[in-house]
Design a protein around this ligand. Sequence first.
Ligand code: EPU
Length: 421
Amino acid sequence: MARYEIHGGTPLNGTVTISGAKNAAVAILPAALLVRGTCRIENVPDISDVRILLDILEGMGAKVSRPEPGVVEIDSSGEIDTQPEDTLVKKMRASYYLMGALLGRYGKAHVALPGGCNFASRPIDQHIKGFEMLGADVDYTSNYVEMKPGEFGLQGSRINLDVVSVGATINIMIAAALIPGQTIIDNAAKEPHIVDLANFLNTMGARISGAGTDTVKIRGVESLHGGTYAIIPDQIEAGTYMAAVAATGGNVLVQNVIPKHMECITGKLQEMGVRIIPYDDAIRVQSTGKLRHTTVKTRPYPGFPTDMQAQICVCMSRASGYSRLTESVYETRFFGYCTELQSMGANIQINNKTATVIGVDKLYGANVAAHDLRAGAALVIAGLVAEGTTNVENIHFVERGYENLIGKLTALGAEIRRLED
Ligand code: EPU
């Protein structure tokens, strides 16, 4: 078993470069299956979710190569297997985008239900509703989703999502790119990676408009062609480093970011007393001493992201007074890390969807375990803050989404090592 050993108490200083966005990459790579040609995709993060996905695509018959660091080339011109290998599919969440990609390209798919971070019940009913509205006949069991064209064939449609879902918005966009007619998604999610996926598909010849608003329109085209596309920087990776600087103290230039995507996070850190200086593609995060308490409610973009809930909770643990943290996307997300933070001395009281976090003078090193990706990132930040030594176990969760975490933190002065027991 691998773990991180962290000796806390050192402020972070220097410059960190943010990698390509995980949640954009895991949508764009399967979407390359729609393209009969070679997609050169740049700024791809080297994380385990991406590696698994590339193995799946290769297993399905796509030609995959990594000509240089951060670049992936995918050629899906040949025949693609419409039944990806179950074991790999079950290892990650975003493998559900293979459903949309196969439906769009072949009108049929047999894909196992995804795995990934199970911090909450994560239904896919809105994805299924979207596929059915596009004319698919869907057999949805507890193990897999099987699709074929329904009685009237596949056709663009108007789909009103019952909940704002990133995954359903993306899956429908991918499928509809090659399905005849116009598809309109109402109540669509607006996250930056949705815009990134639309830009990728449009670069390859798709006709998608409105991405980034709550109405996305897709005019199906006959085919997509190859091309080159660079993935946007990772909003959550950037936010994680910003929270780490806020919690530990110090002064860090976070570069390769889109400051606009960071506004909900920078606003909260400013409220807490952190000095933030935005540049064109970088943000300086400077501690001014003690953190102030604040109130945060997670919301779909442009609100405060649920994927930053755990990291801001660590900052709140170090702030003066009572902070309030309300989760409105995944109700059970607190349980992945709050008990671990409490074992490090944090004072957190959870009442349904809201945690009250009472700032403490110190956190103390402890042996803790990550239960999902962002929970793991928060425990790493807590370890960096804590007095003494912290061991974070289950780090495979963290390695799903943070490229070269040890190298980047070490360069900022952190004392952190990856150990294999
Ligand atoms: N929901 C439904 N039915 C559906 C889909 C979603 O009820 O068919 C509900 C969910 O239960 C949740 C809400 O809608 O309450 C939002 O879920 P969403 O579909 O937006 O989440 P997701 O697509 O499964 C993505 C990210 C998550 C991130 C969420 C919210 C990927 C691969 N995953 O998940 O990222 O937390 O959006 O922003 O893009 C992470 O990176 O650590 C991570 C978990």
